[in-house]
Design a protein around this ligand. Structure first.
Ligand code: PMP
Length: 450
C-alpha cells in the first residue's frame, strides 16, 4: 500500500451526517457508562483499515482494545466462523464438539506452562480471571491473594477486587471480594524505590508483607500481568517475573499470569511470559484469542485443573463453536507468521516513535514489546507529571486526522494495531500522529460535538 498523505481519506466534517444521526438514536437507548471518547461510527473494516458510515477511512491502531489480532475481517477467520455456523450455532458445554476439543489441544501444545495443561473456556477476560481465582482457591485451600497497583483484570466482583488501574471509576463504586492485597508494579520510568532495581525492590516488599501482615501460608495466588496493560503499558525489569516465580515456589503459592491483553502474539511472542522464559501455573486469555468473537480461556497446569470435580465450575456458552472456530483460525495465523510480523513491524514502529520522541519534549518514554507499545506524555518538569489533557487532545486530533487511538495509564498513548499491520501503515500512522501532536500542542482543541 502506498503511503497516503495525511487526512486525504477524511471526506466529511467529523462526525459526518450519518454518524450524527446514529449518535442521536444511540443516546436514548444505550448505557452512558461506556467511555466513548470520540464519535467513530463503524461501517466496515479490512486489516488495519476501517471505514465509518459516512465513507471516511481511518487507520485503526486500537484494534477493538487489542481484540482484532488478525485484523478486521480476516478471510480465514471469517470462513472458519461461516463454516462452523453452517453446521450449528451452539451446543452447551454439557456436550463435545470438534472445534472445542481442537482448541484445547492447540492451547495444550502452545501454553507456556512447562508441563501438560488443560483449558476452561468462557466469553471474556473477566470470566477467565474469575475461573483462575476459583481454581487457585480450590487447589490451595487458601483465602488470600496478591495483586498489583495499576493492574486491570476485569469488572466482575472477583476480578474487580484486583483492578486498580482506574480505581475511582471502577472499584471505588463497589464493595468487592475481600482478601486481596495490592503491591506496587515495578515501573522503571516511575521508580517508587530510590536507587534500587524496581523489580527486586517489589519482591522485597512482598517478602516484608509475608513477614508482617499477609502470611504467605494464607496466600493462594499472585495475579500479575506480565506487561501491565490498562495501567500504562509498563514492561517490568528483567528478572522480576522469575523472582515472582521463585517466591511462589518457596511458599506454595500459585502464579497466575493474566495475558488477556498481552497474549496471542501481541508482544511478538505467542505469550508475553515467553520473553522471560517464566512458566505460570495458570494463564488467562481473551481479547486477541478470537479475533473479535467473544471467547476467554483459563489455561492451567493439568495437575491443578484435574482437581476440579464435575460441576465445580461451568457456564452455558463456554466452548461455543463459532468462538472456538475463530480462535483455532486465529492461533493458526498467529503461529503461522503474525507473531513474527508483530516482532519485526513492532521494532520498526518503536524506532519511528523514538524519532518522534527526539523531536517532542512532551514524549517522556516509548516502551513495549512487539505491537504492545506505549508512548507516555509528560509535562515539561522534572517530576515527569502526566500530561493528561495533552494526551486527550492528541487522541481527539488523531481521530480528526483519520487515526483511531486509545489511552492507558494516566497519559500514555497505546498502540495495539492488528498483528498483520504493514510497515507502510505504521509509517502512515506515525505521520498522522506527528500532525496530531503538532495540532494538540498548538492548542487546536475542536472537541468533537456529541
Ligand atoms: N485482564 C486484562 C489484562 C485486561 O486488559 C482486560 C480488559 N482490558 C481484562 C482482563 C478484562 O477483559 P474483559 O473486558 O473481556 O472482561
Amino acid at each position: 500500500m502506498a503511503a497516503v498523505s495525511p487526512r486525504t481519506h477524511i471526506r466529511t466534517e467529523l462526525p459526518g451526517p450519518r454518524a450524527r444521526a446514529m449518535l442521536a438514536r444511540d443516546a436514548d437507548v444505550i448505557s452512558p457508562s461506556y467511555p466513548r471518547d470520540y464519535p467513530f461510527v463503524m461501517s466496515h473494516g479490512r486489516g488495519t483499515q476501517v471505514w465509518d458510515v459516512d465513507g471516511n477511512r481511518f487507520l485503526d491502531f486500537a484494534a477493538g482494545i487489542a481484540v482484532c489480532s488478525t485484523g478486521h475481517a480476516h478471510p480465514r477467520v471469517v470462513q472458519a466462523v461461516k463454516d462452523a455456523a453452517d453446521r450449528f450455532l451452539h451446543i452447551s458445554s454439557d456436550y463435545w464438539h470438534e472445534e472445542m476439543t481442537a482448541l484445547g489441544e492447540r492451547l495444550a501444545r502452545l501454553a507456556p506452562m512447562g508441563e501438560p495443561a488443560m483449558s476452561f473456556f468462557c466469553q471474556s477476560g473477566t470470566e477467565a480471571v474469575e475461573a483462575a481465582l476459583k481454581l487457585a482457591r480450590h487447589v490451595t485451600g487458601r483465602p488470600r491473594f496478591i495483586g498489583f497497583l495499576g493492574g486491570f483484570h476485569g469488572r466482575t466482583m472477583g476480578s474487580l477486587a484486583f483492578t486498580s488501574s482506574k480505581y475511582t471509576q471502577q472499584q471505588g463504586f463497589f464493595a468487592t471480594m475481600p482478601g486481596v492485597t495490592h503491591v506496587p508494579y515495578p515501573n522503571p520510568y516511575r521508580p517508587l524505590f530510590a536507587g534500587a532495581d524496581q523489580g527486586e525492590a517489589v519482591l522485597d516488599y512482598i517478602r516484608m508483607l509475608f513477614e508482617r501482615n499477609v502470611p504467605a501460608s494464607e496466600v493462594a495466588a499472585i495475579l500479575v500481568e506480565p506487561i501491565q496493560g490498562e495501567g500504562g503499558y509498563v514492561v517490568p525489569p528483567d528478572g522480576f517475573l522469575a523472582g515472582l516465580r521463585a517466591l511462589c515456589d518457596e511458599h506454595g503459592i500459585l502464579l497466575i499470569f493474566d495475558e488477556v491483553q498481552s497474549g496471542v502474539g501481541r508482544t511478538g511472542r505467542l505469550f508475553a511470559s515467553e520473553h522471560w522464559g517464566v512458566h505460570p501455573d495458570i494463564m488467562t486469555l481473551a481479547k486477541g484469542l478470537g479475533s473479535g468473537l467473544p471467547i476467554g480461556a483459563m489455561v492451567a497446569k493439568r495437575r491443578l485443573m484435574a482437581q476440579w470435580k464435575r460441576g465445580a465450575h461451568g457456564n452455558t456458552y463456554g466452548g461455543n463453536p463459532l468462538a472456538c472456530a475463530a480462535a483455532n483460525a486465529t492461533l493458526e495465523l498467529v503461529e503461522g507468521g503474525m507473531a513474527a510480523n508483530a516482532a519485526a513491524v513492532g521494532a520498526h514502529f518503536v524506532a519511528r516513535l523514538q524519532e518522534l520522541a527526539r523531536d517532542y519534549g512532551c514524549i517522556g518514554e516509548v516502551r513495549g514489546k512487539g505491537l504492545m507499545i506505549g508512548m507516555e506524555l509528560v509535562e515539561a518538569d522534572a517530576a515527569r507529571t502526566p500530561a493528561r489533557e495533552l494526551c486527550d487532545r492528541v487522541i481527539t486530533r488523531a481521530f480528526h486526522n483519520g487515526l483511531l487511538l486509545l489511552p492507558c495509564g494516566a497519559s500514555t498513548l497505546r498502540f495495539m494495531t492488528p498483528l498483520n499491520v504493514t510497515r507502510d501503515e505504521i509509517d502512515e500512522g506515525v505521520a498522522l500522529l506527528r500532525l496530531s501532536l503538532d495540532e494538540a500542542l498548538a492548542g487546536v482543541v475542536a472537541r468533537v460535538s456529541e
